[in-house]
Design a protein around this ligand. Structure first.
Ligand SMILES: [Fe+2]
Length: 380
């Protein structure tokens, strides 16, 4: 056949072609409420599922939503992509077969977080005979499929990565706290039973009483961190690369998103089960307007241990020894954070009004006068 007459093979996205070939529902949106996503049988996994593609997912990551029916179990499998699993609903267990032939088994429930070591054989079980289990996994499958273009290789390679197994307590809720500096403190494990109970570390530079813990899961490239905002507070605005899948774990609030030259903010109200990765370099800011602390989880490709991209190294302050953490450094100093005194004048009144409506008390006195004037600016 004349090559000129056939369709040229250009602009191919092997990951999207693979998803299409799997025949499962695909949802595309800026923010996605996972409890509303339609799932359908996904034969490869032996579960119902859907691909979740947020606008800000970036080039390396995507999400799969999985539903295990009452008493159901997934197909035993292994794969060369990595993932971070967050349980939305239900209880169950996961069995992992390790390189040395031993097995690990752990039980999960709502707000559990875990990773399977790369290419380890594993299987999920729903522990309830009456209720479904629903979990979402953030994966680097777009990266892996776009490198190899071959699902048989990704799902059917018997290689054992013995160095990724981790300690046995990593599968039972134990782990190692690695104290580095505020904003970088890391909990290394494979399984976190309940993010609501996880102890966080202070990171005041990100805003009033803010706290965080980063995770290294299964010694992987996939990142996760958990942040908390105390009652009556909000974090400082900031920006970073695409692909940070923010999921609301607990609490009430909203997030704002904007571009430098935009006249208005995009605003999203929080609900448990919602995911929204801000798009590449888009400014955003999170607000707790409820009467209890608010927590959110963020998952992405590029961990504190293996940042993967130069941009991730910059935002996490891992470019060199003692480098600044860009997301906690003022934009005036070349970083990617907007200090309270520099933020748009509409932001604070919007928060105060929301607090009033919720009957909650703002606790931003350290940063703002009673009339809403930022304290640092007033002092200059
Ligand atoms: Fe962010």
């Amino acid at each position: 056949m004349n090559e000129m007459l056939s369709k040229p093979r250009i602009g191919i996205d092997p990951y999207l072609d693979w998803v299409k070939g799997e025949g499962v529902p695909v949802v595309n949106d800026y923010a996605i409420y996972l409890f509303d996503v339609e799932t359908a049988p996904w034969p490869r996994y032996g579960m119902k599922g859907a691909a979740v593609h947020c606008e800000g997912r970036g080039d390396f990551a995507s999400m799969f939503l999985f539903e295990l029916p009452p008493g159901g179990s997934s197909t035993p499998m292994r794969h060369l992509y990595e993932d971070v699993i967050y349980v939305l609903e239900g209880t169950g267990s996961t069995q992992v077969e390790l390189a040395d032939g031993t097995k690990r088994h752990f039980e999960w429930g709502p707000r559990s977080l875990f990773s399977i070591p790369i290419n380890a054989r594993h299987r999920h079980f729903n522990g309830s005979g009456q209720k479904r289990a629903l979990f979402v996994t953030t994966t680097d499958m777009p990266l892996i499929m776009n490198i190899f273009h071959n699902d048989k290789f990704i799902f059917d390679t018997p290689f054992e990565f013995a160095e990724r197994v981790g300690k046995s307590e990593y599968y039972s809720g134990g782990g190692d706290m690695i104290m580095i500096r505020p904003g970088n403190h890391t909990w290394e494990t494979n399984f976190v039973p309940d993010l609501e109970k996880m102890k966080l570390t202070e990171w005041d530079e990100r805003g009033a009483g803010s706290s965080i813990i980063l995770f290294v899961l299964a010694d992987g490239n996939m990142h996760a961190h958990l942040s908390e905002m105390p009652t009556g507070t909000y974090k400082k605005g900031h920006r970073h690369g695409a692909g940070a899948h923010v999921m609301i774990v607990s609490g009430t609030g909203y997030s704002l998103f904007w571009w430098d030259d935009a006249k208005d903010f995009k605003r999203l109200e929080w609900r448990h089960g919602m995911v929204f990765p801000p798009v590449e370099r888009q400014w955003h800011q999170h607000f707790n307007t409820g009467t209890r602390p608010a927590r959110y989880l963020a998952t992405s490709m590029g961990s504190i241990r293996y940042p993967f991209t130069a941009r991730k190294r910059r935002s996490t302050g891992t470019t060199s020894e003692g480098a600044e953490i860009a997301v906690a450094t003022s934009a005036k100093k070349g970083g990617d954070q907007i200090e309270y005194e520099d933020q748009d004048s509409r932001i604070h009144p919007m928060f105060i009004e929301e607090m009033r409506r919720n009957g909650a008390t703002p606790k931003m006195d350290k940063y703002f006068e009673d009339d809403g004037t930022p304290k640092v600016r007033a002092a200059r």
